[in-house]
Design a binder for this molecule. Structure first.
Ligand SMILES: [Zn+2]
Length: 113
C-alpha cells in the first residue's frame, strides 16, 4: 500500500465499503454454493464484516485537521454524515485538487520567518 496520497486512501476505503455493501447477494451465493455454509452463518458474518469495513471508512482521518472526515460535533452533539462534501470539522472540500498541497500551505502559514 502506498501511504503517500490521502485522496487515494480515501478512494480505496470508499471502494471497499460500497463494493462490500452492494456485493452482498454475490457474497452470500458464493459462500453458500461453494462452501455449503447456511445463510444463518453467512448473514451474521456479513453484518460483522460490514460494520468493520464501515467503521474503517467512516473513521478516515481528514488530511488537514486529522479528525474523522465524516464525524464531528454539532452543538456538542455527536454528528456523522457519510455523504459530507467537506470535512465536518475543518471544512476541507472532499475533492479539493490536492489534499497534500493544502497541508503544505497550512504548514507554511504556521511557520513565521
Ligand atoms: Zn478536517
Amino acid at each position: 500500500m502506498e501511504a503517500g496520497n490521502p485522496c487515494q486512501e480515501y478512494q480505496r476505503r470508499k471502494r471497499w465499503f460500497w463494493t462490500f455493501f452492494f456485493g452482498f447477494p454475490v457474497f452470500t451465493v458464493i459462500l453458500n454454493e461453494s462452501l455449503g455454509l447456511p445463510f444463518s452463518y453467512i448473514v451474521p458474518l456479513y453484518v460483522v464484516l460490514h460494520i468493520a469495513i464501515g467503521n474503517w471508512f467512516a473513521n478516515f482521518p481528514c488530511p488537514r485537521c486529522g479528525e474523522p472526515f465524516h464525524s464531528g460535533y454539532w452543538f456538542n452533539l455527536p454528528y456523522h454524515n457519510d455523504f459530507a462534501a467537506k470535512c465536518v470539522n475543518c471544512g476541507l472540500p472532499k475533492w479539493a485538487n490536492d489534499w497534500t498541497e493544502k497541508n503544505e500551505e497550512k504548514d507554511k502559514g504556521d511557520s513565521v520567518h
